[in-house]
Design a protein around this ligand. Structure first.
Ligand SMILES: C[S@@+](CC[C@H](N)C(=O)[O-])C[C@H]1O[C@@H](n2cnc3c(N)ncnc32)[C@H](O)[C@@H]1O
Length: 245
């Protein structure tokens, strides 16, 4: 079943938003290249696939990432925000898995940033202290003189444990604005819609796809505002229902 919703119009300077409740891979398969668009997304973790073994999830993850990149036009970029996990004593490196998918899809790595989730020097268990922010493209290339920081000291505000931080979203959206001609951001696994809200706040149009009806609803409603130069989430979030499907 698909639901659709449109966000604020551009009278306020914000971009338009559409969120569909659908399976991302089916949604992508039903489309040609995402003309005029770049992608910013976070693929679901193995914990969201209780029926799959780790090896099966890895195959799904690489296939899904390659499918996403295959739909990004030559003039666009695909940006992934992923946090590694440790399973049965081994480190699952999602940066590596995404990079394998990029090679399959014929994309080059434009940058690989590290986003601190906790202060450097902190010991963490289960999930590492940083997330990967990786950018790929077939056609876009970056001039060395226009480099941006490789380490983001703060991910920014999140709406839930699996959410993408607002500062990471801002870095990704600004890169799209400043280095590509694309003016629509697609997030095929949009969760609560942080990417969509930040894209809209910068004047970019945004399209989200999300399997969970509840999260798709949140993704239609989420807003961010610039408050004294800092990006803040402006709609209330409900931690009680944060992990509900
Ligand atoms: C890592 S979370 C994304 C979080 C998001 N960036 C945010 O800030 O809220 C992955 C999301 O993918 C969704 N998902 C899982 N499988 C999906 C599928 N086949 N199609 C679309 N969405 C899916 C999950 O419900 C989850 O919300």
């Amino acid at each position: 079943m698909e639901e659709q919703g449109t966000g604020k119009g551009s009278a306020s300077g914000e971009g338009q938003r559409t969120v569909e409740c659908a399976d991302a891979l089916e949604w992508l398969s039903a489309r040609e290249t995402l003309a005029g668009s770049s992608v910013i997304t976070s693929l679901p973790d193995v914990s969201e696939f209780p029926a799959l073994s780790l090896a099966e999830w890895k195959q799904w993850f690489i296939r899904a990432a390659a499918r996403v990149m295959a739909k990004v036009p030559t003039e666009g970029v695909a940006i992934f925000y992923q946090t590694d996990v440790k399973k049965t004593g081994a480190w699952v490196d999602k940066g590596y898995l995404i990079s394998r998918a990029a090679e399959e899809a014929g994309c080059e790595t434009l940058w690989h940033k590290v986003v601190c989730r906790t202060a450097p020097g902190t010991v963490t268990f289960g999930r590492p202290a940083y997330s990967h922010l990786l950018c790929f493209s077939r056609g876009v290339r970056v001039e060395l003189s226009r480099a941006t920081p490789d380490v983001l000291p703060h991910a920014g505000e999140v709406t839930w444990t699996r959410g993408m931080g607002t500062q990471a979203c801002l870095t990704a959206c600004r890169f799209i604005l400043e280095h590509t001609a694309t003016r629509t951001v697609v997030d095929p696994f949009c969760g609560h819609g942080t990417v969509l809200a930040v894209a809209n706040a910068l004047g970019l149009d945004a399209v989200g796809v999300e399997l969970s009806r509840k999260r798709a609803k949140k993704a239609r409603a989420l807003r961010v505002v610039f408050d004294s130069g800092t990006l803040r989430l402006s709609s209330s979030t409900d931690p009680e229902s944060a992990d509900e499907p």
